[in-house]
Ligand binder design. Structure first.
Ligand code: KIV
Ligand code: ZN
Length: 507
């Protein structure tokens, strides 16, 4: 019988740890809804002790998921972390606590400053402690990819005895070679008594560009849970991309004698949703979800595909949700058409909220003849960005520039107390002038390290979306995005969005 491989999504936890990819609770709920449409088995919704936002996200994603998915909260092997995770998961229908500790020499000696014996003691204790709260306890052996085989087996043996239901073997630093990582999984399968009674999970990072290959070797050697993220988001070079590992399993189902229950037709939608919410764009040549993943440009390839698709295409694009809808909305479209389209894009709105979005949609449709999916995504995300109390809101922006004028900007911002502030500055270009004017009002130390503009849709009236990255004095990076028909307004919104996030985090 074919083995079911559980898909454990960690976009909202490890994915969110990508520098600059932080999401607020509302944004996380939008992503969680899409994860449920994908039919993932487990959603890791956050690290509850790390911030009130993460706590809330675990609680609310749990509420949203109901019986449809297991919802997991991360902890260190520390009692107060576990208490906090248990509190966030209190009302969750299918709760799981993931707890664990570093098991490599480097982590034990240099990070935790503990002996291997103390490591085993703490591993056992954290599992037993978490078991007081929930039945489903997942143990992670951090940096397992660089650990000693025998010691790793000893730790895993101990936590299986202590009652762990899932054991997670992460290649935390993305160091392993796929065949070696496969050997490690096989070793555990052969040397840990009772391992057949728990779920063996793999969690691989992409530092050498091999996360998907590592996870596949894990599956080939006995892992029945794969941890992954949409678009491969995650710490440093990221995690295993869900779309890649799921499609690889699907393409080789017979050989692996394994399958997942993922609704792959939701992949493109999920990918676009996550990149538009986090501002982390997907490269055009990215497997499965990149803009060129199903584009054929050479004459020889085009000739082959036109004769028979599978000469150059191993996946039917429809199977991952490419080109599912081309509906274009206009100012004449009603509530129902807008709701239908939003539902399809993964955004569920009802009642007053839908009315407010409809009004914003009409304003946009008045300016643009046709409103495409990308315009809608941009409109929704603009609202999402403003859900959290913003320290400053843009009230007005004016620019004068040209040749031989000196670019000069005037900006008016409203602060959280309702007071308006106006400033004027000149600069080397219109954006420089505008950002200097904003800085005169918003006095926070920051360094603008990235600025990019892209057109959200087609045509001369397309929205221009600006993404900026600013680095605060303490080195933390913040992404800001803004979209508007006027590129200077988008630039100002994007900068303000990043500064608002910086200020919120500082507070
Ligand atoms: O990479 C890692 O080891 C992790 C663990 C917390 C599972 O993210
Ligand atoms: Zn990780």
């Amino acid at each position: 019988m074919s083995t079911k491989i559980n898909i454990f999504d960690t976009t909202l936890r490890d994915g969110e740890q990508s520098p600059g990819a932080s999401m607020n609770t509302e944004e996380k709920l939008v992503v969680a809804r899409q994860l449920l449409r994908l039919k993932v088995d487990i959603i890791e919704a956050g690290f509850p002790i790390s911030s009130p936002g993460d706590f809330e996200s675990v609680r609310r994603v749990g509420e949203l998921a109901g019986d449809d998915a297991v919802v997991c909260g991360l902890t260190r092997a520390v009692e107060k972390d576990i208490d906090r995770a248990a509190e966030a998961l209190k009302a969750v229908k299918r709760p799981r606590i993931q707890t664990g500790i570093g098991v490599s020499e480097s982590h034990m000696r240099d990070k935790l400053r503990i002996t291997p014996e103390q490591c085993i003691e703490r591993a056992i204790h954290c599992v037993e402690y978490a078991k007081k709260y929930v039945e489903d306890v997942q143990f992670y052996a951090e940096d397992a990819g660089r650990s000693d085989y025998e010691f790793l087996a000893k730790v895993i043996q101990a936590v299986v005895k202590a009652g762990a239901t899932v054991v997670n073997i992460p290649d935390t630093t993305g160091y392993s070679l796929p065949w070696e990582f496969g050997q490690r999984i096989k070793y555990l399968m052969e040397h840990v008594d009772g391992i057949e009674n728990v779920t063996l999970s793999v969690h691989c990072h992409n530092d050498l560009g091999m996360a998907t290959a590592l996870s596949m070797e894990g599956v080939r050697n006995g892992a029945t849970q794969v941890e992954c993220t949409i678009n491969g988001l995650g710490e440093r070079a990221g995690n295993t991309a869900m779309e890649e590992v799921v499609m690889a399993i699907r393409m080789h189902e017979a050989e692996l004698n394994a399958h997942t229950d993922i609704n792959t037709r939701e992949f493109i939608k999920a990918s676009k949703l996550v990149s538009s919410i986090t501002g982390m764009q997907v490269q055009a040549n990215k497997a499965i979800v990149g803009a060129n993943a199903f584009a054929h440009s050479s004459g020889i390839h085009q000739d082959g595909v036109l004769k028979k698709r599978d000469t150059y295409e191993i996946i039917n694009p429809a199977d991952v949700g490419v080109n599912q809808s081309q509906i274009v909305l206009t100012a004449r479209s009603g509530h129902a058409a807008l709701k239908h389209r939003l539902d399809d894009l993964g955004y569920v709105y009802e009642g007053e909220e839908l009315d407010a979005i409809y009004q914003a949609f009409l304003e946009m449709a008045d300016k643009k003849k046709e409103v495409y999916d990308e315009d809608l995504e941009s409109l929704i995300n603009e609202r999402g960005r403003n859900v959290e109390e913003a320290a400053y809101v843009l009230e007005g922006a004016q620019i004068s520039c040209g040749f031989p004028l000196i670019p000069t900007a005037t900006v008016t911002l409203r602060d959280a107390h309702g007071r308006s502030h106006t400033a004027c500055e000149y600069g080397t270009g219109p954006v420089d002038a505008m950002y200097k004017a904003v800085n005169k009002i918003v006095d926070v130390e920051n360094d603008l390290s990235e600025f990019s503009v892209s057109s959200v849709t087609r045509g001369i009236d397309a929205l221009g979306e600006v993404t900026v990255r600013v680095t605060a004095g303490d080195g933390t990076a913040y992404i800001g995005r803004g979209a508007d028909g006027d590129i200077i307004v988008s630039s100002t919104k994007a900068y303000l969005n990043a500064l608002n996030r910086l200020i919120a985090n500082k507070h």
